[in-house]
Design a protein around this ligand. Structure first.
Ligand code: ZN
Ligand code: ZN
Length: 718
């Protein structure tokens, strides 16, 4: 993983990052393709990947089990590392550039990637491309590279399986794979990232997600937590970036303040969850005792009633501080700054209470340096949103417009403010890894901004998601994955309206202290009227939200977590924010359905049974098509109540996606006769299921199985 650093240095690393070279004699054979590497060396690839380690090579027979596992792992390491590199470079790779000369105390040499980038640059096939940027000349080399990346991924996935389900026959096999796979995965990501950068339009080059071996992943998260990172943030970064980003944070030793996130979990950051009863607004310095100032409530009320944005100007007269209110028409470019902050940092309040003078002066100073901001005019919720319910509602209705009208949105986050503007990648990480990035409201605040500015250690930093600064690290993969997250900070369309699918994908790694705010906080980016939502509370508000959206992807029914209990909306998730479990990416579905008071109406494709089946969530059910494929299903909801169903609606592209893998589906109980014309059945979602295609052997062993037919039906899910 040395290639993740700007100035690689193998000697900097301690044992946690060291990869043992298991000693396979790679150089004994001439360079060959990745596909032929095993066969040329007399190894049976299929046996090896099926875990028949003794039968994979003639020399294995006479060895002890321990040695069998060791030589198989050594083979896999050499194949995936040097076999892959030689395959794509189409020439001999000097292994001494990657393997240390010294033998360490444990008897092994060290495999390192200090010279990975230089080797790639000097390989004939790739250099042609890198130097000339000539797609025509390099097409062949990149076709080969893309093909080999896919093949190597496939091999990685097959051997990774042994780390999740260790072999009883060869107990050393899984730990050996755990130790060699991280460096291989990081090398593949580096090459994939570089290739993608130089040839972004290549049809077969993808940015794939790769699992880290479970033990290595757990240890890496523990070490990152010790560097001060919040488990919730780490979980978000793990799911939204790649292994290279996670390992880079570690090897580059990007620290966070210690002891802040000690009680947090991967499902929730407790530091940012606010209890309004015990919340205390903070001064700039803990010793400051200055008085609080608040704006005139009557003027504020007048502005909100007129549907105008009230912004604050700080007037100092004879060392007395006074807050004036200037009102701005929405829709026009307002000459004020809107602040986006997280309450946990101490800037939270309401208009009636106000903020300490020291904080107000600080905000005005920041506003004064933003071009286009007249008289240091600024808007912040703590001064401009009253506690009084009717005024609060009006302010929230105006919220989206408040941010989209401002000349700039300035982000204040304690962690981002401590970061220096060192390199593109470090700036990106400080933003992507901040508490601000994990909050509900800040999503819309950033997405609607005309200009997005971050307060950092050395001053203000403007981020233009569509024109990000170029990468500075030699290998591009880290930049690419962080940039992808930053681009999500802006709306995709000119109208500023996002799709519910992309909103859900972003919300899945955010949280809030007030669950009832969820629909309000995203209404602006979805083009919905927050005032209509505010006429309702809790579940009724959520049901209204879905009705206002009207047309939604059918995949919504497969999202993990609890559902609403209101009739007609029992298919709808309680929240789009973080939920553990399978299926959080099911919203991307080509077919839509319509949200109505009666239910979710659409043409759903699924597996239909002849009779109702009753079962327990944890018992496996087998299904088959007449004379055709078999399927195995099991419940995945967090419930142990029995459930019944007559149909299963599948997520994604349905059956065609199931071949050789598992998918998500929802069990439907078709109960009542049709309520409306064209609706063939009403149905109730009774359980989310994991479904996978079952082999004929599995089906024979299963005994009883239920016959299903694939049909598309017009359903109303209640
Ligand atoms: Zn935390
Ligand atoms: Zn103060």
């Amino acid at each position: 993983m040395e290639h993740l650093l700007r100035k690689p240095n193998i000697f900097k690393f301690d044992d946690a990052f060291r990869t043992r070279w298991l000693g396979f004699d790679h150089s004994a054979f001439s360079p060959t393709s990745f596909a032929d590497y095993t066969t040329e060396r007399g190894w049976d690839k299929e046996r090896l990947l099926d875990g028949d380690l003794a039968g994979a090579h003639p020399s294995q027979q006479a060895k002890t089990r321990k040695d069998i596992a060791l030589s198989a792992a050594a083979m896999v390491q050499s194949w995936l590392y040097f076999g892959f590199l030689e395959g794509i470079c189409q020439e001999r790779v000097d292994t001494t550039s990657f393997i240390s000369a010294n033998i360490e105390a444990d008897g092994y040499r060290t495999l390192h990637s200090n010279e990975l980038f230089d080797i790639l640059k000097s390989s004939n096939a790739i250099a042609t491309f890198l130097e000339h940027h000539d797609h025509a000349q390099a097409k062949v080399a990149f076709d080969l590279l893309a093909g080999d990346l896919l093949a190597a991924n496939e091999v990685c996935n097959r051997v990774l399986k042994f780390t999740f389900h260790p072999s009883l026959e060869y107990p050393e096999w899984a730990p050996l794979l755990e130790s060699i796979l991280p460096s291989i995965l990081l090398m593949l990501e580096a090459i994939e990232g570089m290739a993608k950068r130089f040839y972004p339009t290549h049809p077969r080059l993808r940015l794939d997600r790769r699992h880290f071996p479970p033990d290595a992943q757990r240890k890496r998260l523990e070490r990152l937590t010790r560097l001060g990172w919040c488990p919730f943030t780490l979980d978000r970064l793990s799911r939204t970036t790649n292994n290279s980003v996670m390992s880079w944070i570690e090897v580059a030793q990007f620290k966070r303040e210690t002891n802040r996130h000690t009680s947090c979990e991967s499902s929730q950051c407790r530091l940012y969850q606010i209890d309004p009863n015990s919340y205390q607004t903070k001064h700039v310095s803990p010793t400051c005792k200055c008085s609080f100032q608040s704006p005139n409530l009557d003027v504020l009320q007048f502005s909100l009633r007129k549907g105008k944005v009230p912004a604050i100007t700080v007037i100092t007269e004879e060392s007395q501080l006074r807050l004036d209110i200037t009102t701005f028409d929405v829709g026009k470019r307002g000459s004020y700054v809107a602040f986006s902050h997280v309450w946990a940092d101490g800037l939270g309040s309401v208009s009636e209470v106000g903020l300490p003078e020291c904080q107000i002066k600080r905000l005005a100073t920041m506003a004064s340096v933003i071009p286009g901001c007249k008289r240091s005019c600024f808007w912040i919720d703590s001064l401009c949103i009253p506690r009084r319910k009717d005024l609060r509602q009006q302010a929230i209705t105006l919220m989206a417009k408040t941010y989209s009208t401002a000349t700039a949105v300035v982000v204040l986050d304690r962690e981002i403010q401590m970061a220096g503007a060192a390199s593109s990648e470090e700036i990106f990480l400080s933003i992507c890894g901040s508490g601000w990035m994990g909050r509900l409201w800040t999503y819309q605040e950033a997405a609607l901004a005309r200009r997005l500015v971050f307060k950092m250690k050395d001053g203000l930093y403007e981020l233009i998601p569509s024109q990000l600064p170029p990468p500075t690290l030699p290998l591009i993969t880290i930049w690419t994955h962080l940039a992808k997250q930053l681009r999500k900070l802006t709306t995709e369309s000119d109208s500023g309206v996002q799709t519910i699918s992309s909103v859900q994908a972003t919300l899945a790694s955010r949280q809030t202290s007030k669950p009832d705010d969820e629909t309000l906080a995203i209404s602006g980016i979805l083009g919905l009227d927050a005032s209509i939502l505010q006429q309702h509370e809790s579940e009724a508000r959520k049901a209204t939200f879905w009705k206002l959206l009207r047309s939604v992807p059918q995949g919504v029914i497969h999202l993990p977590g609890r559902k609403l209990t209101l009739n007609g909306f029992r298919w709808a998730p309680q929240t789009l924010m973080y939920q553990p479990g399978h299926g959080s990416n099911t919203m991307f579905h080509p077919d839509e359905a319509i949200c109505t008071d009666d239910g979710l109406i659409g043409d759903f494709e699924g597996l239909f049974l002849k009779n109702t089946v009753k079962t327990r969530p944890d018992s496996r059910i087998y299904l088959h098509q007449e004379g055709g494929s078999g399927y195995e299903v099991i419940g995945v909801d967090d419930s142990n109540l029995d459930f019944a169903f007559d149909a299963i609606v599948l997520a994604g592209k349905g059956l065609q996606e199931l071949v050789g893998r598992e998918g998500i589906g929802t069990a439907i109980l078709l109960t009542k006769p049709a309520l409306r014309e064209r609706v063939e059945y009403c149905g109730e979602c009774t359980q989310r299921l994991l479904i996978r295609s079952a082999s004929p052997d599995t089906m024979r062993g299963a005994g009883k199985s239920f016959e299903v037919t694939v049909q598309r039906r017009h359903l109303c899910l209640t």
